[in-house]
Design a protein. Sequence first.
Length: 180
Amino acid sequence: MTQPRPIYGLMAEFKTPEQILAATQAAHAAGYRRMDAYTPYPVEGLAEELDLPRTRVPMVVLIGGLVGAAGGYFMQWWAAAHDYPLNVGGRPYHSWPAFIPITFELMVLVAALAAILGMFFLNKLPEPYHPVFNVPRFDRASQDRFFLCIEATDSHFDAVATRALLQSLQPVGDVVEVPY
């Protein structure tokens, strides 16, 4: 006797943003929490229904900006006041107003790099493979279709009951299994 093949979850396809939002609300009301929606463009209210956590990218950008500003200021102070002090026209060695432009520029540069790298890292990118790519019609998710996938790791997941719930939401076609 062979073991049943594990699945990632069940997926339903919808035509409109209103349908995907209503389907997500119904799945959330039924107690499902481990689900994801795939849409060709952002749908208002979908993130709230999916209980997506708030992003940590702003904190990463703030830390990057502070590190860039501190590094830029320290670099200039070290060069001008400590490592190679020059008396130019009676100006003090630690002339902080002269350090502001470079400090600002390095703050912006490091914050921008932190935003890009933080976004990639927090989104787990690049992700060349995901189980939903195994669904034949999933390529339409970037064109004109909306998909809702309820993961098998959800505590309320039951293949029969979850399939019945998704089918009751009138998807386009049948509810499909998402294999690993």
